[in-house]
Design a protein around this ligand. Structure first.
Ligand code: SF4
Ligand code: SF4
Length: 237
């Protein structure tokens, strides 16, 4: 459906990636990073079926992490139709507002054709100068780390002690975090977190960045991509 609409508007898909089937946010993140590593891309388009029973905020957080890491400089339009679509669109648009490129989010009642027309308009109207990603804070020496199924998470406990919200604990979807003297730690064993109790929802990084004190960081390696430079935006960390 989306591919046909893109073709009708004169575009050719440089990459088609299907992340349906209730993907974890980490999977959507990796897919977006791989897609954006390609050169000469005019825009980024994502469209769900609109009837998905999966929580769309997982996809939104995955996209936010990817778009922020490449400091997106090409327009993006994402149709996040399905469960929790209001929250998903809010996460996608509010947490990418400071990026160089315009990013728009739509819901299931917004037709695919309209979404493609919006992407076309943004590509034609936007004159975006790529910018380097702002320097990220270096973690202090007081960190707490654990492994997830496909990566690892680090909390900078110095930042956490000065955090007013501890929003990571509230927004952790499977509720596997707790506060220990004002610092987030696992409330399950490290082994359980590594074996899948951490569902890599990315809330403890994405929500922390905007509603906490930037102490949460999730490292999700992408084999074959991490050493490369360049791509659609020139940033690749
Ligand atoms: S929201 Fe961020 S800064 Fe605040 S306690 Fe959680 S990880 Fe630390
Ligand atoms: S620790 Fe919780 S909030 Fe963080 S990625 Fe894992 S499941 Fe999500």
């Amino acid at each position: 459906m989306g591919m046909d609409a893109l073709q009708r508007n004169g575009y050719r898909a440089a990459n088609f990636c299907d992340t349906s089937g209730n993907p974890p946010a980490s999977k959507v993140y990796r897919a977006a990073k791989i897609i954006l590593s390609q050169k000469n891309i005019a825009g980024y388009f994502g469209s769900g079926s609109g009837v998905a029973s999966q929580e769309q905020f997982h996809s939104a957080r995955g996209l936010v992490k990817a778009f922020r890491e490449v400091w997106l400089a090409i327009p993006a339009v994402i149709r996040l139709g399905g469960n929790s679509e209001d929250l998903a669109v809010k996460i996608l648009t509010e947490y990418t507002r400071d990026l160089p490129a315009p990013i728009e989010g739509y819901k299931k009642d917004d037709p695919v054709e309209f979404c493609v027309e919006r992407l076309d308009a943004l590509i034609r109207e936007s004159h975006i100068a790529p910018q380097p990603r702002p320097v990220q804070p270096t973690p202090s020496q007081h960190t707490y780390s654990f492994e997830t199924p496909t990566g690892d998470i680090t909390f900078d406990h110095d930042a956490c002690l000065n955090c007013e919200t501890h929003i990571c604990v509230e927004t952790c979807v499977p509720q596997i975090l707790k506060l220990d003297n004002g610092k987030p730690v696992l409330n399950i064993s490290r082994e359980d977190a590594r074996n899948g109790k951490c569902i890599e929802c990315l809330a403890c990084e994405v929500e922390c960045h905007f509603r906490g004190n930037k102490g949460g960081r999730i490292n999700l390696p992408i084999e074959g991509l991490d050493d490369r430079k360049g791509g659609a935006n020139g940033n690749s960390d």
